[in-house]
Design a binder for this molecule. Structure first.
Ligand SMILES: *Cc1c(COP(=O)(O)O)cnc(C)c1O
Length: 372
């Protein structure tokens, strides 16, 4: 049975996208070189990269692309400020530490957005050359105020690196009006491709050859960029089928009506989900003002506390895969609203959830009757 992946990725994809992987491509063949160029151009269009930014594709999942950006652009004489209010923000700190970068982290509780005023104050007093943040903290679904933080970082003359993994292709990001120096995302989230390729869209001057060498060979974006521009080639074996699937997925984004139409579908998914869960007495973890339409975290209700594995397996038998919470302080579970799913799927999921919950309650009653 095929399942709906109500997760933060990999996601439910279209059959056409999966079918696009059903052939072989020579990586040096002109048809694949063309495919790479058109995918890159398509990604640049989505965020209005214009003449200021270039996109570089990279093998691997999103985390590889984040590490590549840190290893390629941030040097040992830079200072990086990480703004973190969840586990993906913490992951940036982790990666930066492994890269031996000079870093500081400003942290917020996972139910609070990054506060641009605090960033403003901090940058007034500190010399950090780079600031890094996550657009949507997929661990909770919290949407951080990208435009406001970008305005502050630009005013201080610093460079902003954004993990837009779970927003690119759905939430608006305009690189001509929002001062993002480095944007990182991947194939398998709102773009609805299959996982396996990440990309970094960065200001052109950051690719200039005279800069310090990257501290990684495989993750060197400047070398990868140069190779794409000199010969159109990937430096190392490209995930050809993944790129073909991404190309197909980008065409389906157009068919759907572009980024705005996709966002509208996700918003509807999210609204249907949250309303129906609340009707069952299950409350969203976040204040609705902070909530993105990408993924929703819910407080585990008292009758299901400690039973995530059972809830998971019951739901998976019904064809829905959900995700555990990513919080240490409170038991939550997450339901993704992205991927090739619509409000009918969401409604059916919520009904299945109610049935599973009732089934578990009945089992508990009979179990308790036995044991007394
Ligand atoms: C998915 C995601 C990543 C990357 O995770 P991978 O497992 O490497 O794909 C990074 N940041 C955010 C916010 C994400 O949602």
């Amino acid at each position: 049975m095929t399942s709906f992946l109500l997760t933060p990725g990999p996601l439910t994809t279209r059959p056409e996208v999966r079918t696009a992987m059903g052939r072989d491509w020579g990586s040096r063949d002109p048809t694949f070189v063309e495919l790479t160029v058109s995918v890159t151009a398509g990604l640049e269009r989505i965020c209005n990269a214009g003449e200021t930014h270039d996109c570089v594709l990279l093998q691997g999942s999103g985390t590889f692309a984040i590490e590549a950006a840190l290893r390629s652009f941030v040097s040992s004489t830079d200072r990086l400020l990480v703004l973190a209010n969840g586990s993906y923000g913490d992951r940036i700190t982790d990666i930066a530490k492994r890269c031996s970068l000079l870093i500081d982290t400003l942290k917020w509780p996972d139910r609070e957005a990054i506060d641009p005023a605090i960033v403003d104050q901090y940058l007034t007093e500190n010399p950090h050359s780079y600031v890094a943040m996550v657009h949507c903290e997929t661990s909770t679904g919290l949407l951080n105020p990208l435009e406001q933080v970008a305005e502050v970082v630009e005013r201080h003359g610093r460079l902003l690196l954004v993990d837009a993994m779970s927003t690119f292709g759905a939430m608006p990001i305009d690189l001509q009006t929002t001062a993002v120096a480095v944007l990182v995302s991947a194939s398998g989230k709102c773009l609805e491709g299959v996982p396996g390729v990440g990309f970094v869209i960065a200001r052109k001057e950051l690719f200039a050859a005279s800069r310090h060498p990257a501290t990684s060979l495989a993750l060197d974006l400047i070398d990868q960029w140069r190779q794409f521009h000199v010969s159109g080639q990937w430096r190392f074996t490209p995930p050809v089928q993944v790129v073909a699937a991404l190309s197909e997925a980008l065409q389906w984004l157009e068919v759907e009506g572009g980024r705005e139409a996709r966002l509208l579908r996700y918003r509807t998914n999210h609204a249907v989900l949250v309303a129906a869960m609340e009707e069952q007495g299950i409350s969203a973890y976040l204040d609705s003002a902070l909530q993105s339409p990408i993924i929703a975290a819910f407080q585990m209700p008292a009758d299901l506390t400690g039973m995530f594995d059972r809830v998971y397996s019951d739901l998976s038998r019904c064809g829905y895969l959900i995700y555990p919470g990513k919080l240490t302080t409170s038991e939550t579970f997450r339901v993704g609203c992205i991927g090739v799913i619509d409000e009918a799927v969401m409604s059916a999921f919520v009904t299945a959830f109610a049935h599973c919950r009732m089934g578990i309650a009945m089992e508990e009653i009979s179990h308790n009757a036995f044991s007394t």
